[in-house]
Design a protein around this ligand. Structure first.
Ligand code: SF4
Ligand code: SF4
Length: 133
């Protein structure tokens, strides 16, 4: 009987939660929403894949081409991959992807960046009578 006033109050009070997806919260600054990869800058190092706690990123390289894919349903939007990317090509929008009923994986493919040419500088020994510089 002690709970009765609380039950009655809850019945007639406003819901504490939103009726998502019909009532969507307005985005706010620094909100961690949809993950975006500017794949033209991606070097396919795999750092994001290794750090992702949900294991939803897959990075692979083959024949001069790199592939980066993300399984959206598994992403929890933590932002760890964004901090782990050495070239800052990952970012998060302040909004979330629309609700979906079908599991989707986004895949980006791009050419791997050129490797810097190896230095082939030969060391020359100073002549016997020349003082070393
Ligand atoms: S950490 Fe950045 S550069 Fe490396 S594979 Fe991921 S998105 Fe690409
Ligand atoms: S935001 Fe978090 S869960 Fe989503 S891909 Fe990045 S590290 Fe993984």
């Amino acid at each position: 009987m002690k709970m009765l006033p609380t039950v009655i109050a809850n019945l007639f009070s406003k819901a504490a939660t939103r009726n998502y997806p019909f009532d969507v919260r307005a985005p706010f600054e620094h909100a961690r929403g949809e993950l975006i990869n500017d794949v033209e800058r991606c070097i396919f190092c795999g750092s994001c894949q290794r750090k992702c706690p949900s294991q939803c990123i897959t990075v692979s390289k083959e024949d001069n081409m790199g592939t980066w894919s993300l399984e959206f349903f598994a992403c929890i939007g933590c932002g760890i991959c964004v901090g782990a990317c050495p070239v800052n090509c990952l970012s998060q929008l302040t909004t979330h992807r629309p609700v979906a009923t079908v599991r989707s994986v986004i895949t980006h493919t791009a050419k791997l960046p050129e490797k810097p040419a190896k230095k082939t500088e030969k060391r020359t020994e100073p002549a016997r009578n020349e003082p070393a510089q």
